[in-house]
Design a protein around this ligand. Structure first.
Ligand code: ADP
Ligand code: MG
Length: 723
């Protein structure tokens, strides 16, 4: 039996016990937050003044008082040990997009030959993992390889369970010894600060002096595929690159639309229950689950949280999906395009901002006054997305997402905004200035008073837009399923902070110290922003050729590949923007360019090498075996003087010959090394990927002619439908 048959056999004879939770004794919702060193746990375990101080830091992003660290560390340790923890880990988020952790034991030997558990404030606040193997993009030379992790008080510590023990995990920022951010968390925290600072100016203009921290909020819908784990050993491509590099289309794909929101199979549902239970324990509010469009594709979405916490939790969602899948003999694929020809996976990033006194600032609200404030923030988003669309494109660039963007099921690489009819109409009115003279009760009003009320759900949804207004938030739909949401959040916070800064300054200048001129100023500035930036708004179908042409007319960038997109980080506009708001220095931004480019190159090289290896050692032999079989049969027939139809033999022979040519071609391109990363990256997308596709084309044709029992690779139909 070949590997493929063995896999199918193993699945058919599996007696997996899907009953892993004793839900009758313990409702999953009851375990919510059990493994989190949360505000309520701290309130119980910390002296009152210390608790107050920590709480202030968490809620208002105020500076942490280092003097309290020892007390907090001790309480944390006692709590963790009660939860059976023996180790603590500073968890950090390197620029690879992964989650990294270094574990240390609480254990300290005492003089009597026994050991005690110890955890000091210093070890809580700061760690020093040997960081030399994490990419730093030239920031950190290996001879000064030190990197530090610093406790992020705003994201609570938690317990990670393992069948053989538990670990106290402490979310941290990861910086070089010279203070440069080597991670994805530090810039988020910086960007949240600057966003708040600018948002406060608008709130003040509209009369809110409360200074309650305005935080960005996020809810990321995670799409993923599940396939039986047994197939993986027979698919080196999935093992190495997370996607199929070969595979003819399955006779049945997603054309019946019978999977989307369909009944969830028992095994997958059992998996989802356990994933959710694990997430609940970690205080992650998983909310929605359903089948997605493609067969074998699913989605999980949480209730939104503040950006920093949402990002840490999102990383944990990915880790948990992968971990629990194994328990159910499944493999969770987070890749943006695991299977050609059917939908890929995205991570729709719902984004808004708000604070305690105002609630959600992108909620149009019911009163005209609120409407005006909403429109100011909305205009800030429009300006930001238009002015910095290249940056938004750059932060979603990856080898995986390149396959998905523009693939007729995902937003194109052109960044635009869907606003919905109602809101677009409001902006049109602002543009025409027809509301300027409207007066009510003798006072000049914001004009927008006379506009139609803004409904909460602004009419139709647009599923083709990369950046859609969905009634009270924006949904950045172009984010890839495997990507960290940190980059997109940092970009949005910063570009919107810049826009708010611009708008606030314009309004202030217009008013020139006269508060009575607020309404007039708001109208004038809104008009100006809409006039300059409404070409970014597109409410039509983003999948059409019409939009490609129309976008070109509007001079909206259409950056189709990662290398093109990443170049945005090297432009003065981006360097100045991130530097001005102290979110990323020029060195830090350039390091990101280098790292992401390198990741791209590495990914493509792994795929190319895997393509060559599989084509040479798995497919070629299968095809030759079949060719030999056919040839032998032909020879025998000829000997017997029977007429022999050798058309299949000819077809297979031609394909085998082509396969060799395709492989050699790819090998030749791969051997031409270029040491300049940008040039190398361009070779990847312009030469290597097309050459890989040529190999694939031939292999996929062979798949449809070679005898089934000689074909080693599990085929699409099997992987997508056997559960
Ligand atoms: P849909 O599939 O219709 O887009 P989902 O329910 O799958 O909707 O996901 C919506 C996501 O948007 C959820 O994660 C939700 O918490 C999030 N969300 C709702 N309000 C906000 C907000 N103010 N800020 C950020 N995210 C939000
Ligand atoms: Mg959705």
């Amino acid at each position: 039996m070949n590997k493929r048959m063995l896999a199918i056999d193993a699945i058919n004879s599996s007696t997996l016990d899907q009953h892993t939770i004793n839900y009758k004794d313990e409702n999953s919702i009851d375990v919510f937050g059990d493994n989190v060193f949360s505000i309520s746990v701290m309130k119980k375990r910390l002296p009152k003044d210390i608790f107050k101080s920590v709480q202030a830091t968490i809620e208002n992003f105020t500076e942490l008082d280092p003097a309290i660290a020892d007390v907090v560390a001790n309480a944390m340790k006692d709590w963790a040990i009660e939860k059976c923890a023996t180790h603590y880990a500073h968890v950090f988020f390197p620029l690879t997009g992964a989650t990294a952790e270094k574990h240390d034991s609480f254990l300290v030997p005492d003089l009597s030959g026994k050991a005690i558990a110890e955890f000091s404030g210093v070890t809580l606040i700061q760690g020093e993992p040997d960081a030399s193997s994490f990419p730093s993009g030239g920031i950190r030379q290996t001879f000064e390889a030190r990197g530090y992790t610093a406790w992020d008080v705003t994201s609570p510590a938690y317990i990670m369970e393992n069948p053989n023990g538990a670990t106290l995990c402490i979310p941290t920022a990861f910086v070089s010894w010279t203070g440069e951010a080597l991670d994805k968390k530090t810039p988020i925290m910086r960007s949240m600060q600057v966003f708040n600072k600018q948002a406060q100016r608008i709130l003040k203009l509209f009369g809110d002096d409360s200074e309650k921290f305005v935080a960005s909020t996020c809810g990321a819908e995670q799409e993923y595929f599940l396939i039986d784990k047994n197939f993986i050993t027979a698919r080196p491509d999935i093992m190495a690159s997370g996607r199929t590099l070969f595979g003819a289309p399955s006779p049945k794909g997603q054309e019946f639309d019978d999977h989307y929101f369909g009944a969830i199979s028992d095994r997958v549902l059992a998996f989802m229950f356990e994933v959710e239970r694990e997430l609940y324990k970690l205080g992650i509010p998983a909310k929605t689950r359903h089948n997605e469009v493609a067969p074998g594709q699913f989605e999980v979405a949480p209730v939104f949280e503040t950006a920093n916490l949402a990002t840490d939790h999102q990383q944990l969602v990915m880790v948990t999906l992968k971990k629990i899948a194994k328990k159910f003999n499944l493999k969770c694929l987070l890749h943006e395009k695991p299977f050609a020809g059917i939908n890929g996976s995205g991570k729709h990033l719902n984004y808004s901002f708000g604070n305690e006194s105002q609630g959600n600032l992108l909620d149009p609200g019911k009163t005209p006054h609120k409407n005006a404030q909403f429109l100011v923030f909305c205009a800030a988003v429009i300006r930001g997305v238009h002015k910095y669309s290249k940056i938004l494109r750059a932060v979603i660039a990856s080898a995986g997402n390149d396959h998905r963007l523009g693939a007729n099921e995902a937003p194109p690489a052109i960044i635009s905004i869907f606003l919905g009819e109602q809101l677009t109409d409001v902006l049109d009115q602002i543009k025409k200035g027809c509301v300027v003279s409207s007066k009510e009760a003798g006072i000049m009003n914001v004009g927008v008073d006379t506009l139609p009320k803004l409904p909460r759900d602004a009419g139709d949804r647009n599923r083709t837009s990369p950046f859609a207004f969905t009634g009270n938030r924006f949904e950045f739909r172009a984010v890839g399923s495997e990507q960290s949401i940190a980059g997109p959040i940092v970009a949005m916070n910063t570009i919107f902070a810049d826009s708010i800064n611009y708008i606030a300054t314009e309004i202030e200048n217009y008013m020139n110290g006269n508060p009575e001129k607020l309404n007039e100023a708001v109208q004038a500035v809104l008009k100006k922003v809409v006039d300059e930036h409404d070409s970014i708004i597109f409410n039509g179908d983003n999948y059409t050729d019409f939009w490609q042409e129309e976008a070109a007319k509007r001079e909206l960038p259409n950056l189709k590949t990662t290398p093109e997109a990443l170049l945005a980080f090297c432009e003065d506009e981006a360097l100045e923007l991130f530097d001005k708001y102290n979110v990323l220095s020029n060195i830090e931004l350039k390091s990101r360019f280098e790292i992401y480019l390198e990741q791209y190159i590495l990914k493509i090289f792994v795929e190319a090498k895997t393509t060559i290896e599989m084509a040479s050692t798995i497919i070629y032999p299968s095809a030759v075996r079949y060719q030999t079989e056919l040839a032998a049969s032909c020879l025998k027939m000829k000997k017997l003087d029977i007429d022999c139809d050798n058309s299949v033999l000819s077809e297979v022979s031609v394909l085998i010959k082509n396969l060799r040519l395709n492989i050699v071609e790819l090998e030749t391109i791969l051997s031409q090394k270029n040491d300049e990363p940008l040039a190398e990256a361009k070779i990847c997308c312009e030469k290597i990927i097309p050459a890989m596709l040529e190999v694939r084309k031939t292999v996929d044709m062979l798949e449809t002619v070679v005898a089934d029992d000689l074909w080693d690779l599990p085929v699409y139909q099997e992987m997508l439908f056997i559960k």
